[in-house]
Design a protein around this ligand. Structure first.
Ligand code: ZN
Length: 291
């Protein structure tokens, strides 16, 4: 009896010490051998972490004021060094914290489109890259980066783009793992979407990171028809001054049958793909879901 009681007490102590311990952040565990795609809530901006075995890819880093959140999220996700860091295009809400990410996680490869901006945020990224004696790899249509078990296919921007709008220079990346495809559109708008379709780029995906925070100038009906996503993620700040996401885009997504998640409502959104190709959505806020 005594022994059973002692074991029970020990069990209770263990239970209590676990329950009272600090909550792990992020509260999602690595699926052994699988892929995790974290859409990190950085308010009005983009920041996406892909994790697979020993490889990690960061697509955008949020604005400068989100740097504490981004750095602590990456650390708590177990990232010591990044394999690849991509700045989709040189706007502050995408590359504002990229210099700090480069300083802290020394990515082996930094990728950005060959377009410059006369901003402090852009200069800071250039300085951070040259401080590590590295060069920026040009994001362009046709570039394929093999990162561990992942293959990153760049569908945009085309080399001879000549776009007027910086958003259209966004690196658009398709990543397939275990038969499931994610398409990350940065802030690409209609002209870039049209060029991808005209160029015969394969935009078909299971999960679409909606272009330009759900602005009405992105995610055209034609593009959406070709992409045909099961899930759509909008990275957007609550009560942002741009009116993102546009009602028209939400309607187009719902007409296309896509299930929509938003960082302003769901916070950090994590998708996992098992080695067998099981796709799941994990949320801290809102309903849990599984495909
Ligand atoms: Zn943006």
């Amino acid at each position: 009896m005594k022994k059973i009681a002692a074991v029970s007490v020990l069990f209770l102590i263990l239970l209590c010490s676990c329950a009272s311990g600090p909550e792990p952040v992020p509260a999602f565990s690595v699926t052994a051998g699988g892929l995790e795609v974290h859409f990190i809530d950085v308010g009005q901006g983009d920041c996406i972490l892909l994790k697979n075995a020993d490889s990690s890819v960061l697509i955008d880093a949020g604005s400068d004021e989100e740097s504490d959140k981004v750095l602590s999220y990456l650390r708590s996700a177990g990232i010591a060094t990044l394999t690849v860091a991509v700045g989709t295009h040189p706007h502050e809400d995408h590359i504002g914290s990229l210099d700090e990410v480069i300083d802290a996680f020394s990515p082996e490869t930094v990728v950005m489109p060959k377009v410059s901006a006369n901003t402090k945020a852009f200069e800071n990224v250039l300085d951070a890259v040259s401080a590590q004696n590295k060069k920026i790899k040009a994001a362009k249509t046709g570039l394929v980066l093999e990162v561990g078990e992942l293959s990153l296919s760049f569908l945009s921007p085309p080399q001879d783009s000549g776009f007027d709008n910086l958003n259209d220079y966004s690196a658009v990346i398709s990543v397939t793992y275990a038969g499931k495809t994610f398409l990350f559109c940065g802030d690409a708008e209609r002209p870039a979407e049209e060029r991808m379709l005209e160029g015969g780029q394969n935009v078909k995906c299971d999960v679409l990171k909606v272009g330009h925070h759900g602005s009405s100038t992105s995610t055209t009906g034609e593009f959406l028809k070709a992409a045909a996503p099961q899930y759509a993620v909008i990275s957007v700040g609550a009560k942002n001054s741009f009116g993102h996401p546009a009602k028209a885009v939400l309607r187009r997504l719902s007409d296309a049958g896509a299930e929509v998640y938003r960082t302003d409502r769901n916070g950090d959104i994590v998708f996992t793909v098992s080695p067998e190709g099981r796709l799941e959505v994990r949320l801290k806020k809102g309903e849990q879901n599984a495909a």
